[in-house]
Each structure stands twice: as structure tokens, then as C-alpha cells.
Design a protein around this ligand. Sequence first.
Ligand code: NI
Length: 195
Amino acid sequence: MQIVHYPHPALRWKSKPIVAIDAALRNVVDEMFKLMYSTKGIGLAANQVALPYRLFVVNVTGESDEKDQEFVFINPEIVRKKGSEEGEEGCLSIPDLYLPVRRAEQIVVRAFDLTGEEFEMKLDELPARVIQHEYDHLDGVLFTDRVSNEAKLEAAPVLADFEARFRKAQSALEIPPDAELKRRLEELEPRQKTA
Ligand code: NI
């Protein structure tokens, strides 16, 4: 498992809901937490590891020993949003780019945990921001889509650099072509097992 960078097609994928919580999924979550900590992140969405699942992991402390701060959000829904606040964001899929993003100040999020239990959380400040950022990933939305026009201008050359690097790696056959990457995503999409 590794984090994919802009403009990998997984980052533009609208993911389908997870249909089963099993050992394989628990394993994915374990690996995602490890990867998140090793890259100094505080949130990581399945799209960012090229998995088309509606799932993300969060630990706003970024500390692997703070286990009680680890949360897994499966098939999340943001059911309420209140207020508006600007704050700086970055993303593990577009490293070293930080821009102000306007988000709801307070949210209520509902999701399933790894035991299949539904839970609801009312959040504000950093946790609210992180969850809105990660939730966007599941719909193929990046934080750079949500910035001011001014910040978009600032981001443009950085994104162009990432794009050039990605296309170069594809030309060198280090990364498969987009069509192949999309085929893999389709293949991995959760689907109900039929008897
Ligand atoms: Ni991100």
C-alpha cells in the first residue's frame, strides 16, 4: 500500500459504499493508519491509497500511541453543517502545498465503525476540518477545488509540476496508464456478493 499523488485517477473517483466489514477490511484500516503515521498525516482516505471505498481514518493528534484518538469512518455522512471558517490545509496526495480553505465551522457526522456499529459525532475546529477534507476525498474532491480564485492561481504551477511528474512516470512505465488505473478501481469496487 502506498499513497498516490495528484493527478492519480483514484483521487477523482467517487467511491461506492462498503458492503461488508471483514478481516480484509480491518487489515486495510491497519495499513492505512501505519501509512498515515509514517507520512505525518492526521487523516487518510481510501482513495489516497487507490482503494475505491467510502472509508477514511483520522487521528488529529498524529501520534500513533494515542490510540483513543484513532477513528475509522465507514460510509460516512455529514448530516449537519453550521457556520463557516477559513483555515490552512494540506494533503498527503499533494505534498508541501498549503492553502486556506473555507469550511463549515461545526459539523455532525454519522458513520459506521470497524465493528459495524453506527456512531454520530458533533465536531468543531480541527476535527471538523479534517473530516470535511477526508469526506471530500470519497467524492473525488480535492482541497484545491475549494480554495479562493487567488489561491487557485497560487496552486496552478504546483499542480502542473505534479501533473508533469506523473505523466513522465507513466511514459517511463513506472505508473500504469490512466485507463489501466481506472480499470483496477472498477475491479475493486465494493459489490454485494450474490449466491
Ligand atoms: Ni487529503
